[in-house]
Design a protein around this ligand. Structure first.
Ligand code: ZN
Length: 465
């Protein structure tokens, strides 16, 4: 980083900014010299000693205020923020880039002597704090922040109670909750959940149990000795105190209360579940049913295929739709217990399924019976050449006849009126010329009135059968 020292202003360090920075030898203009004197005076008015500047310019010591200069030896109206130097390397060939974030927003030349002193004091405090941060790499600080965050008592509590918090969230939106006793207790519990989970929900999900993995922005609040860590993606900021190696959250939590509350919410839920044994029994019955149907899955799938093939021409068996609903349910392998953790593993989209009671039923036998019924039906409805596909006034065009027509080469190009003549058996000269009187369909419908043949052909072609 290029800098210039001027003998007349030993407390200042001139920093060229912008792409075309000047070769500074001396500052000639009266106005500019006046400004430099004011700055020099303000720095000298600060009581405490400091060598903060050395952290960024190792060859410079003493108390120094960096002052930006640009264009033709002209002072830049805003002082430089220490963040511009912190953890950064700048080219010797170029001045410090002029970016809004690199400078204070205050235009120092417009300030009164008193305000200028206060501003310079603030800037020098910022440099002192930044100098402490410059002692370690940015990544090292980030690592300290991450570790301090995971040690934060609330984050620690959230992490150890992660499964409970998640179980509460699941059950709070589960339809099972509405079945528990009593409705008053459930309403009270829900109300408590809103209060108890508020601090957990106030933390964005990627920060819930540990710091998120996105890029972070670190900003300085020198006066409070805080290094703020922000994730713009999560829109979340925590404050880190380097001196104490600890973080604070945007909303701090009463820890004793938080510990008690999360335990209470679990206990209250368990009490409701224990009072509602019939729900637990019904879920266990479903667990049994699911286990009993599992080895019969092959038969069930076969029956479902047949039912679909028959398209409503055979009665369905309720066990098939129950099986289908069970497939959409999440049920743990072990029997559920009347408690929060166990019931949070249950997901039943349609709770009317809990009314199912098929105890004592022999599913193997039921399914065998149903399958043979469906197979009989399937035989019955199997396509036969005698199936009437199109009917006109008692005259039936059968599947077999249609197959015969479709067997004639180029049949689909024959116009309907010609087709009707062939089927009727009219050996016109055109038909003879085309050799159509030798096809198997010639005179196939000779017994039909010609106009019915026409109607049947039109109906058939329309139906796409
Ligand atoms: Zn994030």
């Amino acid at each position: 980083m290029r800098y210039v020292e001027l003998n007349d202003y030993p407390s200042l360090l001139i920093i060229p900014v912008g792409r075309k920075f000047p070769e500074v030898r001396s500052i000639g203009h009266k106005k500019q010299r006046g400004l430099l004197s004011r700055l020099q005076h303000a720095v000298d008015g600060i009581i405490e000693e400091g060598h903060a500047i050395q952290a960024f310019f190792p060859d410079i010591n003493g108390r120094r205020l960096p002052v930006p200069i640009y264009r033709k030896e002209e002072l830049y109206p805003h002082l430089i923020r220490p963040e511009s130097f912190l953890w950064k390397k700048h080219s010797d060939q170029r001045g410090l880039p002029i970016e809004k974030d690199s400078f204070y927003s205050v235009e120092y030349e417009t300030l009164s002597a008193q305000d200028l002193e206060a501003h310079v004091q603030r800037v020098m405090t910022d440099y002192s704090f930044a100098a402490i941060l410059q002692e370690r790499k940015r990544d090292e600080w980030l690592e300290s922040i991450r570790s301090a965050y995971s040690r934060h008592p609330f984050i620690e509590l959230a992490r150890t109670k992660q499964d409970v918090v998640q179980a509460v969230e699941i059950l709070n939106s589960s339809s099972l909750l509405g079945l528990l006793n009593s409705p008053e207790d459930v309403a009270f519990w829900r109300h408590r959940v809103e209060i108890v989970l508020r601090p957990y929900r106030s933390i964005p999900f990627p920060w819930r149990w540990d710091i998120c993995r996105h890029e972070k922005e670190l900003t300085l609040k020198a006066k409070e000795e805080i290094l703020s860590c922000t994730c713009h993606e999560c829109n979340y900021t925590i404050d880190y105190y380097p001196e104490e190696d600890r973080v604070t959250l945007p909303t701090e939590v009463n820890m004793e209360q938080a510990r008690k509350r999360i335990a209470t919410i679990e206990r209250q839920f368990n009490a409701m579940a224990e009072k509602t044994t019939d729900v637990v029994t019904a879920i266990r019955r479903l667990q049994d049913l699911k286990a009993a149907l599992r080895p019969l899955a092959g038969m069930i799938e076969r029956a479902r295929d047949l039912e679909e093939q028959l398209g409503g021409r055979a009665a369905s068996h309720p066990i098939l739709s129950i099986y289908q609903s069970l497939k959409g349910c999440k049920l743990p392998d072990r029997y559920v217990e009347p408690d929060l953790m166990s019931l949070s593993l249950v997901h039943i989209p349609d709770i009317s399924l809990l009314k199912t009671n098929l105890e004592g039923e022999d599913f193997q036998q039921t399914l065998e019976d149903h399958l043979s019924y469906l197979e009989r039906k399937e035989q019955e409805y199997r396509p036969s050449p005698d199936d009437v596909m199109v009917e006109v006034k008692g005259y039936g065009l059968t599947r077999g006849m249609i197959e015969d027509i479709e067997g004639v080469p180029g049949w689909s190009d024959i116009p309907v009126h010609l087709l009707v003549q062939i089927l009727k058996g009219e050996a016109t000269s055109k038909i003879r010329r085309m050799g159509l009187n030798d096809t198997s369909i010639f005179a196939m419908l000779s017994s039909w009135p010609a106009k019915y043949i026409t109607q049947a052909m039109i109906k058939w072609k329309k139906s796409g059968a």
